[in-house]
Design a protein around this ligand. Structure first.
Ligand SMILES: Cc1cc2nc3c(=O)[nH]c(=O)nc-3n(C[C@H](O)[C@H](O)[C@H](O)COP(=O)(O)OP(=O)(O)OC[C@H]3O[C@@H](n4cnc5c(N)ncnc54)[C@H](O)[C@@H]3O)c2cc1C
Length: 353
């Protein structure tokens, strides 16, 4: 007997990847998206940094997350015939001696060393970097999110499986065999609703937060080498497909405050440049965007079935969405279709009231 489709709420990064993984497994999907222009998946520069933070750690779902997501990007590239994850040796400027010690320790551990490149001394990169402590390379990359979302949307449209609109939770009618929405039957609803999940009553108790952030698109007056420059203060990363254009990011606002491009945000981003480049050229700001990261206070993603409802969720991807989403989408699909266990390090949704 054939099943009705899964109803996926949201076609950002999470919803696109869950839909693609379900389609790969032969399951039917219907994806509904309200097309919000400030959805973080439409704002992000798409940095994928496998090891990050002062202690140089993997995301909470572990080392396999990075390897699994990398494999998934490569398989989607073969399918869509376009590079989606551009590999980069990210030039990370160390914040001090302790961070360099941590790098050296991690370099001796094969789980980490695969994702770490060489250490560099102050001034090594022709004096371009603002690196009083030197630094090291992180083997990461940059995801071309617009291309990924575009390919996913095209595939879904061809199958008549992508619809503009809003799924209001009070229109969802759950029962023992699935859920009805606007007169159609669905097997389960999967919430990939990003920051809107923080007010979704089916996700109440999860503790999703909205963390606003701003990012600039800049054109340096003099050319600078096309690297990802990364430091404690932020990053400067090439804009995929636009030669000589970079993204300068990102601010972190107070959780649960609105996101909007502000003069203070623009200034904060521009004043961090001398902490990335030793002699930053004048930058023409060609775009200024704001968006909201869906995050949890524990910095863990939210993954799994919602107890007592024909529903599941992938959300709370925070600032490490590029790294986590492909792997977690595949694990969620295996969980829904095969009852496979979910990876550790993710928060389970709570039972709604
Ligand atoms: C400034 C900034 C910089 C960032 N930089 C990075 C970075 O470099 N690397 C990184 O990994 N992450 C980064 N992030 C975070 C990353 O962008 C997000 O975590 C990720 O895009 C979240 O994807 P999502 O699919 O969960 O949510 P979204 O992108 O919000 O997608 C959800 C979609 O669902 C739609 N939707 C919501 N509710 C409904 C509903 N009821 N009905 C219909 N549609 C609905 C929304 O409009 C949206 O289109 C950044 C975020 C910001 C704001």
């Amino acid at each position: 007997m054939s099943h009705p489709p899964f109803l996926i709420v949201g076609q950002g990064l999470a919803g696109s990847l869950v839909a693609l993984s379900l389609l790969d497994r032969g399951a039917a999907v219907t994806v509904v998206d309200d097309g919000a222009a400030d959805a973080p998946s439409r704002v992000t520069p798409g940095l994928a940094t496998p090891i990050a933070g002062p202690r140089l750690t993997f995301p909470p779902s572990g080392a396999e997350t990075a390897a699994g997501s990398w494999r998934r990007y490569r398989s989607l590239e073969r399918r869509f015939g376009q590079r989606l994850l551009q590999s980069h040796d990210i030039l990370h400027m160390a914040g001090g001696r302790e961070e360099l010690r941590q790098f050296q320790k991690r370099s001796l551990d094969p789980t980490f060393s695969h994702w770490l490149g060489r250490q560099f001394s102050p001034g090594d990169h022709d004096g371009v970097l603002a690196d009083p402590w030197g630094g090291f390379e992180i083997r990461g990359g940059q995801v071309n999110v617009p291309a990924l979302l575009g390919h996913a949307a095209e595939l879904l449209r061809e199958a008549d499986a992508l619809h503009p609109g809003v799924v209001a939770t009070d229109e969802l009618q759950p029962d023992a065999d699935g859920v009805t929405w606007q007169g159609q039957r669905y097997r389960e609803v999967i919430f990939c609703d990003g920051p809107a999940g923080s007010t979704n009553p089916w996700l109440a108790g999860v503790g999703l937060q909205r963390v606003p952030g701003e990012v600039l698109t800049v054109r340096p007056a003099q050319p600078i080498p096309s690297h990802i420059y990364h430091g404690r203060a932020g990053y400067l990363a090439p804009q995929p497909g636009q030669h000589g254009v970079f993204r300068l990011g990102a601010t972190y606002g107070t959780p649960d405050t609105p996101a909007a491009p502000t003069e203070a945000g623009r200034q904060a981003l521009l004043t961090q440049l001398p902490r990335l480049l030793s002699r930053p050229p004048r930058m023409e700001v060609i775009d200024h965007r704001a968006g909201t990261r869906p995050a949890t206070p524990q910095r863990c993603p939210v993954l799994g079935r919602i107890p007592g409802r024909p529903a599941a969720v992938l959300n709370g991807l925070g600032a490490r969405a590029m790294l986590q989403a492909p792997y977690l989408a595949e694990r969620l699909v295996e969980h829904l279709l095969d009852d496979a266990p979910l990876p550790e390090g993710c928060l389970a949704p709570a039972r709604p009231e």
